[in-house]
Design a protein around this ligand. Structure first.
Ligand code: FES
Length: 141
C-alpha cells in the first residue's frame, strides 16, 4: 500500500493530511503567537551571591532565565524583559553599551523599558518588576 492508497483508505485527502500535519506550525506573522509574548505568572528570586548569577553584580551584565533576560543597566538598575522577540520570537540579546535589547534575526531593537525603537517589530517587550533586597533579586509580573 502506498501513501495515496493509505490516505484513501483513511478517507483523507492529501490536503487534509497536510492540514493536520501543519496544525502545530508556527505563525510567521508574529501576531498572537505565544512565543512572541512574554511569560505570565512570573515570580522568582535570584541569589546574587551565587556564582551562577554573578553577571548581575556588574553594570551591563545580564543573564537569561525562565524565558526572560534579566540585566543590570550601565546605571546600576535591574531590569527584566521577555527573552523572545515580539516579531517572530527570535532570542534577543542585551546590549548594555547601547542601552537596548537587540534581535539579530531582522534587526529590531527595544529600549530598556521594552519599547520598540526599531522595527520590524511593532509590539513592546513585556517588562517585569524587579526588587533588590540585600543580595536577593526578585523578578515578578
Ligand atoms: S524576529 Fe524579526 S526582528 Fe526579531
Amino acid at each position: 500500500m502506498d501513501r495515496k492508497e493509505f490516505l484513501n483508505s483513511m478517507g483523507m485527502s492529501a490536503a487534509a493530511f497536510a492540514l493536520i500535519n501543519c496544525m502545530g506550525c508556527k505563525k510567521s506573522d508574529g501576531s498572537n503567537d505565544a512565543d512572541t509574548t512574554g511569560p505570565t505568572g512570573i515570580d522568582f528570586t535570584l541569589d546574587l551571591s551565587l556564582a551562577t548569577n554573578a553577571a548581575l553584580l556588574n553594570n551591563g551584565g545580564s543573564l537569561a532565565i525562565n524565558g526572560l533576560i534579566v540585566a543590570r543597566t550601565m546605571t546600576g538598575n535591574y531590569i527584566a524583559v521577555q527573552r523572545s522577540c515580539t516579531h517572530e520570537s527570535y532570542t534577543l540579546s542585551y546590549q548594555s553599551a547601547n542601552s537596548r535589547f537587540y534581535c539579530a534575526n531582522h534587526g529590531s531593537t527595544f529600549a530598556e523599558s521594552g519599547a520598540v525603537t526599531n522595527g520590524p517589530a511593532t509590539r513592546s517587550l513585556t517588562a517585569y518588576h524587579t526588587q533588590l533586597t540585600g543580595t536577593s533579586l526578585r523578578i515578578y509580573s
